[in-house]
Ligand binder design. Structure first.
Ligand code: C2O
Ligand code: CU
Ligand code: CU
Length: 471
């Protein structure tokens, strides 16, 4: 339930006239109104509110030497600029604090469910043991706490956390239960002062009632926020935390930036781009360079749903010098087809994968821990999907029969699949062995996922398997 109608939202969010006029898609529900609404405008002068930056989550060392984080999921109300909404968040009313850990650190994430409904907490992009992964098999009842603990075994990267309860994921994520999960390692010479030159941008097409289409986009919960830039290089951790919207993010004036990381890892070397497409769940770690004479830069998305302003980056008159962008970031050893011990095909159509809809009681297959598999994912057409797998990271071996574009050259866990795109993925699975708790693969459009566009597998050496429900 919300406090406003979509029609009201449109009139409040549409500001017409003046200086910089850009075409934007704003709230609209009726199909007939859609084209007209696309020609609604946004302008730099409407970016007035200071961009919120999620606080860093605090941790204490517990008696086992683990970094222990308390995450309280709860309801609240949040002001989006046009009035209050009933929302939910973690340790706050909307979104959650940024969990920031180092490779090799052992974490204990204590998730307390303060909602009056079942939830879970999934660590998207991370590779905990299946029983700690927070999928639909491991519900947290209202008033209960569940701890996920494991040792971070992956390099620096930008991941996130969000609920994954069976059939209710869209509603809970749309209400605001989501946060960043950053892994740091030895340092690669990239900007890394959180909140100063390393800024998380949690982009969400607003969907607090879990049923809204074409709503305005908010970033870190701020509508049309301003980020004051004080350094020559600023690193933006872009996360598309939208429930259903795919975004194509870039600057209104077309200026270039460098992509330094995709999903859960850094790239080999920075890739210069002027737009990066992120389907729901995908991340892009980008660095923007400002020189003394550069004016403000308006970050926007210009995608299938129209054009919407995200954040205005406003450089200070005098910028603090930054070290140059490193030329080499990571050594990524390419996986080869020869390493793959199994091959599987996934065809996405309607709201099903290989013609099957999600069933809690059906395990689709078992994967050998630590192995590499070759997955062919095809989307013949109709709708817009993507594909995400838990407990693994993959390299994109090819897209529609050709080499992947440079922005898909790193390790990923989610890939965009617009119609008629087929991809070959070389998937590296985590080492865990669990014959009872499944891991998920699914379309990360949360309406599709909740509608059954998901399957499950076991990561195990054990031949006899059955699914446990974690109750
Ligand atoms: Cu981001 Cu299965 O989820
Ligand atoms: Cu995930
Ligand atoms: Cu889909």
């Amino acid at each position: 339930m919300t406090f406003r109608t979509t029609t009201n939202a449109r009139s409040r969010f549409t500001t017409v006239g003046a200086a910089i006029t850009l075409v934007s898609a704003l709230a609209v529900t009726g199909c007939g109104e859609r084209d007209a609404a696309r020609r609604a405008t946004y302008e730099a002068s409407t970016f007035t509110e200071t961009l919120a930056v999620p606080p860093l989550a605090t941790s204490v060392k517990d008696d086992q030497g683990r970094s222990s984080f308390d995450l309280h999921v709860r309801e609240g109300t949040h002001r989006f600029g046009d009035g209050e909404e009933r929302t939910a968040g973690v340790n706050g009313a909307y979104l959650g604090p940024t969990v920031r850990v180092r490779t090799g650190e052992t974490v204990a994430l204590n998730v307390h469910n303060g909602l009056d409904e079942v939830t879970t907490m999934h660590w998207h992009g991370l590779r905990p043991p299946p029983a700690m992964d927070g999928g639909p098999m491991t519900p947290i009842e209202p008033g209960h706490t569940r701890t996920s603990t494991w040792t971070i075994d992956q390099p620096a990267g930008t991941s996130w956390y969000h609920p994954h309860p069976h059939g209710e994921t869209r509603r809970q994520v749309g209400r605001g239960i989501a946060g960043m999960f950053l892994v740091e390692d030895a340092g690669r010479g990239l900007p890394d002062t959180y909140g100063t030159d390393d800024i998380p941008l949690i982009m969400q097409s607003r969907d607090v009632d879990g049923a809204s289409e074409d709503e305005p986009v908010v970033v870190n919960g701020t509508y049309h926020g301003v980020l004051d830039v004080t350094t020559e290089l600023v690193r933006l951790r872009l996360l598309n935390a939208s429930t259903v919207r795919t975004m194509a993010v870039g600057f209104g004036d077309g200026r270039a930036f460098h992509l330094v990381g995709s999903d859960a890892d850094l790239l080999r070397a920075p890739v210069q781009l002027d737009r990066v497409t992120l389907s729901p769940g995908e991340r892009a770690d980008v660095v923007v360079t400002f020189r003394g004479t550069d004016g403000p830069a308006l970050l926007e998305t210009n995608d299938e749903d129209g054009r919407s302003g995200l954040v205005l980056l406003r450089p200070a008159a005098a910028l603090v010098a930054s070290p140059p962008l490193p030329e080499v970031l990571d050594d990524i050893t390419p996986l080869t087809r020869e390493e793959a011990v199994a091959e599987r095909e996934f065809e996405l159509s309607g709201h099903s994968i290989n013609g099957r809809s999600f069933d809690m009681n059906r395990v689709d297959f078992a994967v050998r821990p630590g192995s590499v598999e070759r997955w062919l994912v095809t989307h013949p057409g109709g709708g817009h999907h993507n594909f995400h797998v838990h407990g693994a990271h993959f390299q994109v071996a090819n897209v529609n029969g050709g080499p992947p574009p440079p922005e898909l050259s790193g390790w990923k866990d989610t890939i965009d699949l617009p119609p008629e795109r087929s991809v070959e993925l070389l998937v590296r699975f985590a080492e865990h062995d669990d014959a009872h708790t499944t891991l998920m693969f699914h379309c990360h459009n949360l309406a599709h996922e909740d509608g059954g566009m998901m399957g499950q597998f076991l990561l195990t050496r054990s031949p006899a398997t059955h699914v446990g429900h974690g109750h």
